[in-house]
Design a binder for this molecule. Sequence first.
Ligand code: PLP
Length: 235
Amino acid sequence: MSAAREQELAERLAAVRARIDAACTDAGRGAHEVTLVAVTKFFGAADVRALAALGVTDVGENRHQEAEEKAAECVDLGLRWHFVGGLQSNKAGAVARWADVVESVDRTKLVGRLDAGAADRDRPLDCLVQVSLDAPGSSGARAGCPPDELPRLAEAVAGSEHLRLRGLMAVAPTGEDPAAAFDRLASLHAGLRADHPDATWLSAGMSNDLEQAVAVGATHVRVGRAVLGERPSSQ
Ligand SMILES: *Cc1c(COP(=O)(O)O)cnc(C)c1O
């Protein structure tokens, strides 16, 4: 790790923390209510280590193999590893062995696989249901279950022996004001909590829209580029 890279990460992280603090102030919330998940996909274990030294506690990854290796290299750091990517059914069991939080549970088929993979853990696997905020029938839909399937999927997670339903995750659709999309997310979250009072986590907001997410009550923001710089190829 070069001193220059260390310096860059420290400055970027400080700027992101300042944005989160300002957004919390604007929303009348305490800064401690929002957890920064640094999305380290495409960046190596040395960067993860440097971020941990700067006080980062949570990191996010979106590809199983890359993340599994990094998590093993960084096992001494005591970080919380979030899986935030599209999850293939045949990888779900393996992800459940290294991840601390799976944020992208978007279909019931994954639930049994995750539950089986989590059976060897010493504590339940924290899960968020990922909901789609796309207009119904819109093209280029992102991952996430349709809102009308959310209650059934949440029920499946909550009813699994080795899984713990912690809340909801979403990505703002492109081509729409994120504030409007996050308003819909906040009401979906309120509905979820009516059935599952412990599902208090709301993971929303990325480099470009973390302020709008904090404004509607996000408890976790997932920030990649603003902390780490541009990725080699955007994903
Ligand atoms: C990559 C990624 C992020 C981080 O996005 P940035 O725009 O780099 O902040 C957040 N959430 C998910 C699901 C991602 O895949």
